[in-house]
Structures are given as C-alpha cells and as structure tokens.
Design a protein around this ligand. Structure first.
Ligand code: ADP
Ligand code: MG
Length: 237
C-alpha cells in the first residue's frame, strides 16, 4: 500500500455550483415564505449552498438586516431577521433545534428551514461532479494511491460519488471534528504521507492536520486557503 489522498466532496470533487431542483413547503406555507426565510438566513454565508440559494437576491441589503447571524460548519446557518429566528440546514441541524425533518430519498442536497417555532419545509439542490475528478481517481489508482472521501453531506450523496468515481472508502454525515479524527485514523494506519484536499471552513482543521494540506483557491473559503500547503488556484483537480 502506498500514500493516500483524503478528499472532501462538495466544492472539491464537485463544482460546488448548486441549482435548486425542488421546493417543498409544509401545508399552509407559501413558496415565497420559505424562500424569503432562506434568503435571509443564507445572505451572509459564503457556502456554495448559500451562493446557489441567493443567486438572484440583493444579498448586501439583506445581509445588513441580519442579527446574531451564525454559521455552524457542517450543519447550516441561523439568524434573526425582522424579529424572527430562522434556521436553515440539514436534518441533523433541524433535530438539534427541535424539528423532526425527514429527508426525501434519492440524491441531492436538502436544506430544511425553520422560522420561529414553525417548520416551513425544504428545498433540494443538485451539484455536478467535476469532469477531471474521474481522471484524478484513475491516475491516483495507477500510482497505487488510495482515495478516501470524507463529507458532511448525507450518505446517499456520498455513496453516489463513491460509485461514480470508483473511490476506495467513504465516510458521510461528518462534523468538522469527525472529519479530522477520521483523517487522523487514516494517517495512523500508514507510515506513508497522507494528503487532504478540501475547500470549506469545515475542512480547514483537516487541511492543517494532514501531512500535505491542499485547498481549492477559487471556491475555497479564506480559512481553508490560509491553512493549506498547496493552493490549487483554478480548482482544477
Ligand atoms: P462537504 O463536507 O461535502 O463539503 P459541508 O461540510 O460543507 O459539505 O456541509 C455539510 C452539510 O451541512 C451540507 O450538505 C448541508 O446539509 C449543511 N450545510 C452546511 N452549510 C450550509 C449552509 N450555509 N446552508 C445550509 N446547509 C448547510
Ligand atoms: Mg466542501
């Protein structure tokens, strides 16, 4: 066995450019109400999910109206807008905030939303795999390097990418801390160097911890780039 590369998914193996495919509101909630809440919550986030949601929105003026905004890496965002608490993020994030949100089956990234005490519904977003990701995995395998995927995204999306690209191992639904502890396990099971490549705030601790930390320069968050040994300026794998 040779060296291995541990990689993030969203924004690293995929473009991180999401498009909204579906809007699913709860009974009695309009699409406009759900979207307005999501726009507010995501207006201050630089996550690829937030960029997709706020694509056609004047984020500057909306962002100025957010109070106590917080981004919880690997989970979602929360804010107070016009006196109401808004939470936007994955099912686990909803659960942590007292809402039992159910993910619909299939691939796609789901962003659930809660406003005040009310669960408003969710949207489904899709993201494309980078073309060169296929070549990257093939080349690494030819060089006898293992490829391990760590993602905060849900299991179905992670398995899909694993099968699509022929990745060796995958760990999904990880918090930033869990990403780093799995990276450490992967590092202690080999005496060869281990590289980590990622783009997000949640990847920064792993980028710092790996023997070689790599960051996506264009889509990557500042903290990922600042902690990297190698920055891929054009995000091309
Ligand atoms: P990855 O590890 O694949 O790059 P992240 O750790 O950045 O993904 O995000 C993991 C999950 O956390 C996302 O799939 C999403 O469900 C949720 N999430 C993170 N940031 C946000 C956000 N700004 N808005 C909504 N959901 C988010
Ligand atoms: Mg990422």
């Amino acid at each position: 066995r040779d060296n291995k590369i541990v990689t993030d998914k969203t924004g690293t193996l995929t473009h991180g450019v999401f498009t909204i495919q579906k809007i699913a509101t709860q009974d009695g909630v309009s699409e406009q109400e759900l979207l307005t809440a999501l726009y507010a919550a995501e207006s201050l986030s630089t996550h690829p999910i937030a960029k997709a949601i706020c694509h056609d929105v004047d984020v500057k003026s909306l962002a100025a109206k957010q109070v106590n905004y917080k981004e919880i890496a690997g989970y979602g965002v929360q804010t107070t807008y016009e006196g109401e608490n808004i939470y936007a993020g994955n099912a686990q994030f909803m659960k942590n905030n007292g809402v039992k949100a159910v993910n619909e089956e299939g691939i796609g990234t789901i962003v659930h939303c809660k406003k005040g005490d009310k669960y408003l519904g969710y949207i489904v977003l899709y993201d494309e795999v980078k073309k060169e990701a296929y070549d990257m995995v093939k080349l690494l395998h030819k060089e006898k390097k293992e490829v391990v995927l760590l993602t905060g995204d849900k299991k179905e999306n992670a398995e899909y990418i694993k099968n699509e690209l022929g990745i060796d191992r995958v760990y999904s639904e990880l918090t930033p801390d869990q990403k780093t502890s799995i990276l450490e396990k992967e590092m202690s099971s080999t005496n060869k160097a281990v590289a980590f490549v990622g783009d997000g705030i949640n990847d920064a601790p792993s980028i710092m911890r790996a023997d070689v930390g790599m960051a996506m320069g264009a889509i990557g968050s500042d903290i990922a780039v600042e902690n990297a040994d190698v920055v891929i300026m054009n995000d091309n794998l």
